[in-house]
Design a protein around this ligand. Structure first.
Ligand SMILES: CC1=C(CCC(=O)O)c2cc3nc(cc4[nH]c(cc5[nH]c(cc1n2)c(C)c5CCC(=O)O)c(CCC(=O)O)c4C)C(CCC(=O)O)=C3C
Ligand SMILES: [Fe+2]
Length: 375
């Protein structure tokens, strides 16, 4: 029997994710949920709808979250961590508010949240905190006694997140034809966001240039590239590039786009590229369409060999990392000294988002941060 691990004061973990459609009829209402009040041009929405219909109207993200839930429950049980795990989404069923209501009815009073987003940014952090505030407000209006909610720190530099990505890049390099393998470049890919949102990402003292968003990605890219060099004995040049640009064309977003990057690398005589989607936790639609379909077609047109490396998904090392993060945060809440685990140069991210962290364009209440209106 394993020793019993202490998650107190927490009595539940909530996996909080984006959600995605599970059939053709879900696509339009899902996109309406995602884009309500976000100012996305109609043309872009039509185009994104087409991506989902190409895959039968089903996003892979829900099955991946089910697999992650299984991996977490299995890991917790194996290691004697008695903490129930729930799942709720921002944009599709199971909706966050419904899950949180179930949790309150089950008597959960101290809830720890794991968001399926590893980095700082409005979309990846504060927007989830706003969703939590909305859900709490809904439960309050139903007369329910509100639980206290904390959010786990960003885990981009946790070894359980980084190591599976290193394996993935090494594997993708090995899959390239031998004659182009050693000359291959690595394109570390993440979601483009408006440059203004990037500059304002993370705590206020980290604002400016690409903000915490770009700095965190660069730190992970460097870690992966260094480890790949050590493992393969070959120094593969790399660059951080972007994908899935949305919004109005006159608003600047982070560049270069992966497709332009492939063109530019090809013109420069680079013989092959590995696309490594370090910005994403699982192989959801952005990976399946924007990289595996669109960018791969671009590479084929150029005659440039490419491979796309694996995301972390439900890797048991990631499940173990979540257990580690839960125990770290629980100890810290109990007032014990903890040595948070983090690779790279930036150190472990904050436990509590400070005031002004990843600000919204229009301020709204956000839970689980220093500016939360909830206890
Ligand atoms: C930083 C970031 C992540 C990574 C961090 C994280 O994972 O949270 C992410 C993830 C995801 N984004 C997703 C889907 C969409 N994102 C959209 C729109 C947008 N994303 C943005 C940013 C991010 N998004 C932004 C700044 C917008 C513009 C609108 C706005 O300012 O809010 C739109 C609208 C259409 C379009 O404009 O593309 C869709 C459909 C899915 C689900 C995929 C599936 O179904 O498998 C996932 C995991
Ligand atoms: Fe934040």
């Amino acid at each position: 029997m394993p020793d019993v691990l202490d998650a107190s004061p927490y009595d539940a973990l909530l996996l909080l994710s984006f959600g995605g459609p599970e059939g053709p009829d879900d696509v339009v209402p899902f996109l309406e949920n995602v884009t309500r009040g976000r100012g996305i041009p109609k043309e872009r929405l039509k185009e994104v709808g087409r991506h989902y219909f190409l895959f039968g109207g089903v996003s892979p993200i829900n099955d991946q979250n089910r697999a992650l839930l299984d991996a977490l429950r299995e890991d917790f049980a194996e290691h004697g961590l008695d903490l129930p795990v729930y799942w709720g989404n921002r944009n599709w069923a199971p909706y966050l508010t419904d899950t949180l209501r179930d949790m309150v009815r089950d008597g959960r009073r101290r809830i720890l949240v794991l968001a399926t987003s590893a980095y700082a940014s409005y979309s990846g952090c504060r927007q989830y905190r706003e969703n939590l505030a909305d859900a709490l407000a809904a439960l309050e209006s139903e007369g329910l006694d509100l639980p206290k909610i904390d959010k786990l720190r960003h885990y981009f530099n946790h070894p359980g997140f980084v190591e599976p990505m290193i394996d993935g890049v090494v594997r993708s390099l090995a899959e390239l034809p031998q004659e182009v393998r050693d000359g291959a470049h690595i394109a570390f890919c993440t979601h483009s966001i408006p440059t203004a949102a990037a500059a304002a990402s993370g705590p206020v003292e980290e604002h400016g240039d690409g903000g915490a968003y770009v700095r965190e990605h660069l730190d992970v890219a460097r870690l992966v590239a260094d480890a790949v060099r050590e493992r393969t004995g070959v120094d593969h040049p790399w660059q951080l590039v972007y994908q899935s640009r949305s919004g109005a064309p006159h608003i600047p977003w982070l560049e270069p786009d992966i497709c332009d990057h492939l063109e530019e690398r090809h013109a420069a005589g680079v013989p092959a590229v590995v696309m490594a989607p370090i910005g994403f936790v699982s192989d959801h639609m952005e990976v399946l369409y924007d990289l595996d379909t669109e960018a791969t077609a671009k590479a084929e047109e150029l005659g440039l060999p490419v491979r796309r490396s694996a995301t972390v998904g439900a890797d048991p090392r990631f499940a173990a990392a979540v257990r580690d993060l839960v125990l770290e945060r629980a100890s810290s809440e109990r007032g014990q000294d903890v040595a948070p685990c983090a690779l790279g140069t930036l150190g472990a991210s904050h436990n509590l988002c400070p005031v002004g962290c990843c600000p919204a364009r229009a301020p709204r209440p956000a839970a689980a941060g220093a500016d939360s209106p909830y206890a």
